[in-house]
Every structure is written in structure tokens, then in C-alpha cells.
Design a protein around this ligand. Structure first.
Ligand code: COA
Length: 543
């Protein structure tokens, strides 16, 4: 396999400008990560400590194998919303007793671990990742249950919608936990504190439950509710304390003396699972790329419309910078080819400009080839969309683009997508965006996700307004239109930023470009916990 020969000059003016812009974006991300790690703030953290408890990330550290990596997912969920950055919930992939597991845990310093819509989204995604990749699911439970805070200013209809949303979305978690078990994916709950009402079903639905003496409290209704409902007086410990569940109700399978003891027990449970991955292990030499990963900071132009050769990125993330390009002379704005990452063979699709007809056909053929040989696909998105215009419409761009989207939709090998720059419109779908059962979607801080470029979107709406005015014979107010257009462009630009998308759990997290190879290695390994099998059907056919 050929090794990619770079033509980048890291001392060039443009490279330096790009690197500075990326550095500023990374600094913003780092500041937000600090906020997320701080949890619910000093007062709540002190209260937690005064009760002799650990922060959620300290619990994680004791659970994970020493010096093993932990890939946190969606750490900035909630950014730019009414909810705390990070959402008060931690999810990620880590290694416990040599087994890659999905781990999800409440941060009780944020609203007592209440399940806000952001927490709901993170839980849903964690369960989905566990299900698709067949990763044992470990949850740290310490939750005040549903977010009971009334939303100020809303109408009764708004409140009703909020509550219905809760039942339609967050309530699904109990279903999904037990579904994992039915799929023979083990589920383990470590209950660190109170787990009331709906939250009681989290351990209720789990295969293994570890409770902590004097700490875990699990009941459908706490003492005040019981008093209101039946008039019975009770205290929390006799109603649902750890000892009661270990000796009387049978909900607790293991009774730990303290948090560290509980985490030791969780590791012991994973040890006895007799767990075997179904996918093959790495089979290629996992040597480092020839070029410095630091260069990844300076490759992407500040203006995403400027060209950038995606092979420069590929050459810095694949083993030994080896890349066998497929059809290099056909459909040149889409780069396709074979490589390996940390020893796992992969097919790669990367954008080098707008998608034309030939590129769409090439993509559909390449995706079928990957399915034919059971090889996962990495999508590197920097795409402003499919080509538009009379010639291309008449040539069948809708038909050809549909072939590509069809191939992506029905492909059965794992897809991992990294959005490094633009991700506009149907380009997002064709390059396996979040809605396409993509196993993992990460963004670089430079990513922009939108239905189309902000300028184009604002301009289209202006043309629509102008046409409507012409139809009704109304006078068109140029000054007002210019103001609206500028506003729409500014808003769309803001809403397309990586932080905005990550805040709403549209991706699995913003990553430092330098970590791309490591993140792909961890997630490829996680994908191979499940069988890696391509779609069965017709053989590959040329279009
Ligand atoms: N929704 C939103 N916020 C909640 C909440 C909920 N269900 N439960 C607690 N909070 C908030 C509190 O208002 C408090 O906020 P603050 O830090 O801004 O003051 C914070 O979480 C901590 O709560 P607090 O009661 O002070 O902490 P605690 O550790 O002593 O007790 C609980 C934690 C969970 C035992 C207790 O808050 C509780 O019983 N909550 C209600 C649980 C419940 O009945 N849920 C029904 C689910 S359907």
C-alpha cells in the first residue's frame, strides 16, 4: 500500500493562521469542559464531600482499569441551553476488568441527579451505543428522578407538552435497559444514593444490582408520598434502604460497605461475565502515521469554502500513512480508499469539494465493496452539499445522490463519522450523519452543521419573500429585507457551530483534531465488540 506524501508546509502563513484560529476554538471548548467537570458548583460539591461521597468522575476512576483510556461522550451536552453544561450526567466508553463497557452515571451535584431533557438524551444515546455495539452497560444511579421544576412563563399547554415529552422520550430508558438484557448484553447498576419513583426502575430493570449500606435508597414513593397516599409513617431506610433490599425485597444482589467497595464489586461482576467480543481483533500493523498529528491543527482553512485536500488528514490518522486510493481519477471531489487504524482495516470516504454525479456513484459502489468484505467505514465530512444547476438536474443528480444515500442507509458495517468542516444539507445524510444509525459521530471545533450555508439560506429566503411580494403586487421593502437577511445569516451561522450541535447532543462530542486517530481507534475497537458483517443482497454492481 502506498504511503501518503504530504505537500503541506507547516511554516506557511496560511497554515499558521489556520492553527491560530483552531487554537482559539479549542480554548473555548476547554473552558466549557472545565465547567462541566465542576458539576453543580462549589456548594453542592462541598455538601457531597461532607457526606463522605465521591464525585462521579472519581467513582469512574476507581471502576476503570488502571491507566486505561476513557472516551467521554457528549461532555458538553446542554451548552447554550437552560441546562447545565454537561447536563449533570457522564457517559463514555471505558475498560473494566479488560472488558470495554458503556458507563453512564448521574452527577448528583447537579439538581440531585434529576433527569432533565439533556440527561434523557444522553441516557438514550448511551443505551443506543451499548445496543448497537454490544457493550455491557454499567450505570451509576443517584437520581432525584424526573425534573420537577416548573418552567416559568409557559402556558398549561407548554407544561403538558413538557410532561408528555418526558413520557414519550425519557421514560423509554426503562424499556431500553431491559431490552439490552434480552439481547444478552449485561446491565449492572451501582446505586450510590437515592433513586426515587421512576428512577427505582433503573435498578429494577438491571441484571445485577449493587447497593451500599446506609447510602442506597430505592422506593417508588418516599416517606412524604407514602404519608400522603396511605397515611403510613415510615423512614427512608426502612422503606427502601440498602439492607432492606439485600435482606427483604431481593432488589439488591450485592451489599457493599462503602463506595469503593461497591466499585470493586462492579469490577468483580464484569470479571465473571465470561465476555467475548464477536468481531475480529486488529489484523494490520498498527504503526504510527509518518506525519505529526500536531499538523491537524493547521490544515483546515478558516473559510470553509477554500479547498483543502482531505488526503492530508487521512495521511495523519491512518497506520503508517498507508492509503490505497480507489478510483482516484474518477469523481475527484470524493476521495475513497482502504487503510487501517490501530490495526483495524477500514474504508474511508472523505470530501474534497461538492458532490457531483460521478462522486455519488463512486460512493455507492465503494460502500457496497466495504459491505462485501465486512470492513467498517470512516466518513470524513467537509461537504457543502450536492451540486445544483440545470445541467446537473438534467443529468440526474437527484437519482445519483439517492443511490449514495441508499447505500449509506442500507449499509450494515459500522460507520464512524468525523465532521471536520462543513456539513450542509443532504451532504450530511450522504456522508452518514447522525440520523443514519452511525455508530459514532464526532466533530472538530471547526465543524458547521446546517441545512445549507448561512449566506445561501438567508439569500434563498430573501428570494422567496421577493417572489411573494411580486405575486401579490405589494411593494418590496429593500431595507427591511436586507435587515432580515443579515439577521437570518447571523442566527444560522451561530446555530451551525459545533458547540451548538454538541449542546443538543447532535454528535457524540467535539474532539481535539490531534486526538482523531485515538478516538477512532477506541470506537473501532468498541464496534468490534459486536459482529462486523456487511449487508447481504445483490453483489456489487456498477452504475
Ligand atoms: N427536579 C429538579 N430539581 C431537583 C429535584 C427534582 N426532582 N430534586 C431535587 N432537586 C434539586 C433541589 O432543588 C436542589 O437544588 P439547589 O442545589 O439549586 O438547591 C438540588 O436538587 C439538591 O437537592 P436537595 O434536596 O437539597 O439534595 P439532597 O441530597 O438532600 O436530596 C433528593 C436529594 C433527591 C433525595 C431530594 O432532593 C428529593 O427527594 N427530591 C425529590 C425526589 C422525587 O420525589 N422525585 C420524583 C421523581 S418522579
Amino acid at each position: 500500500m502506498e504511503r501518503w506524501q504530504t505537500s503541506i508546509d507547516p511554516d506557511s502563513e496560511s497554515f499558521r493562521t489556520n492553527r491560530e484560529a483552531m487554537g482559539a476554538l479549542l480554548k473555548d471548548v476547554e473552558e466549557q469542559l472545565e465547567l462541566a467537570r465542576a458539576g453543580g458548583g462549589e456548594r453542592s460539591v462541598e455538601r457531597l464531600r461532607s457526606r463522605g461521597k465521591m464525585m462521579v468522575r472519581e467513582r469512574l476512576e476507581l471502576l476503570l482499569d488502571r491507566d486505561s483510556p476513557f472516551l467521554e461522550l457528549s461532555p458538553l451536552a446542554g451548552w447554550g441551553t437552560d441546562f447545565a453544561v454537561g447536563g449533570g450526567f457522564v457517559t463514555g466508553i471505558g475498560v473494566v476488568a479488560n472488558v470495554e463497557c458503556m458507563i453512564a452515571g448521574n452527577d448528583p451535584t447537579v439538581l440531585g441527579g434529576a433527569i432533565t431533557p439533556i440527561v434523557g438524551k444522553k441516557i438514550d444515546r448511551a443505551l443506543e451505543i451499548s445496543r448497537l455495539n454490544r457493550l455491557p452497560y454499567i450505570q451509576f444511579v443517584e437520581s432525584a428522578g424526573a425534573d420537577l421544576r416548573p418552567r416559568g412563563g409557559g402556558s398549561p399547554e407548554d407544561e403538558m407538552r413538557r410532561q408528555l415529552g418526558h413520557f414519550a422520550e425519557s421514560g423509554r430508558l426503562f424499556h431500553d435497559i431491559t431490552e439490552l438484557s434480552a439481547m444478552r448484553i449485561p446491565t449492572v447498576s451501582v446505586v450510590f444514593g437515592s433513586s426515587t419513583a421512576g428512577g427505582a426502575y433503573q435498578p429494577g430493570m438491571s441484571d445485577y444490582n449493587i447497593f451500599i449500606r446506609g447510602r442506597s435508597k430505592v422506593f417508588l414513593g418516599g416517606p412524604p408520598l407514602v404519608k400522603m397516599a396511605t397515611g403510613e409513617d415510615s423512614d427512608a431506610e426502612e422503606l427502601g434502604g440498602a439492607e432492606v433490599h439485600a435482606t427483604k425485597s431481593g432488589l439488591a444482589d450485592y451489599l457493599a460497605e462503602d463506595e469503593a467497595d461497591a466499585l470493586r464489586m462492579a469490577r468483580s461482576v464484569i470479571t465473571h461475565l465470561n465476555w467475548r467480543k464477536l468481531g475480529p481483533g486488529p489484523s494490520m500493523p498498527p504503526d504510527e502515521p509518518l506525519y505529526d498529528r500536531e499538523d491537524l491543527l493547521g490544515l483546515l482553512p478558516v473559510d470553509l469554502r477554500s479547498p483543502m485536500d482531505i488526503r492530508e488528514v487521512i495521511g495523519r490518522i491512518v497506520d503508517g500513512s498507508r492509503f490505497e486510493e480507489f478510483k482516484p481519477l474518477y469523481g475527484p471531489t470524493l476521495v475513497t480508499g482502504w487503510a487501517s487504524i490501530h490495526g483495524f482495516p477500514v474504508g474511508i470516504l472523505g470530501n474534497n469539494g461538492v458532490l457531483f454525479l460521478d462522486e455519488s456513484q463512486k460512493a455507492a459502489q465503494f460502500i457496497q465493496l466495504c459491505n462485501q468484505i465486512d470492513v467498517p467505514i470512516i466518513f470524513l465530512q467537509n461537504i457543502t452539499g450536492y451540486i445544483v444547476g440545470k445541467v446537473y438536474e438534467q443529468g440526474g443528480i437527484v437519482k445519483e445522490g439517492s443511490k449514495m444515500i441508499n447505500a449509506v442507509s442500507n449499509s450494515k458495517v459500522p460507520h464512524i463519522t468525523v465532521i471536520i468542516g462543513a456539513s450542509y444539507g443532504a451532504g450530511n445524510y450522504g456522508m452518514s450523519g447522525r440520523a443514519y444509525d452511525t455508530r459514532f459521530v464526532f466533530t472538530w471545533p471547526t465543524a458547521k452543521i446546517s441545512v445549507m450555508g448561512p449566506k445561501q439560506l438567508a439569500g434563498v429566503m430573501s428570494i422567496v419573500r421577493r417572489a411573494a411580494a411580486a405575486r401579490t403586487g405589494e411593494e418590496f421593502n429593500e431595507a427591511q429585507d436586507a435587515m432580515i437577511t443579515a439577521g437570518v445569516e447571523e442566527f444560522t451561522e451561530k446555530a451551525s457551530l459545533a458547540l451548538y450541535a454538541t449542546g443538543r447532543v447532535v454528535d457524540d462530542g467535539i474532539i481535539d483534531p490531534r486526538d482523531t486517530r485515538t478516538v477512532l481507534g477506541i470506537t473501532l475497537s468498541a464496534c468490534h465488540s459486536n459482529e462486523v458483517k456487511g449487508a447481504q443482497g445483490y453483489g456489487v454492481y456498477r452504475m
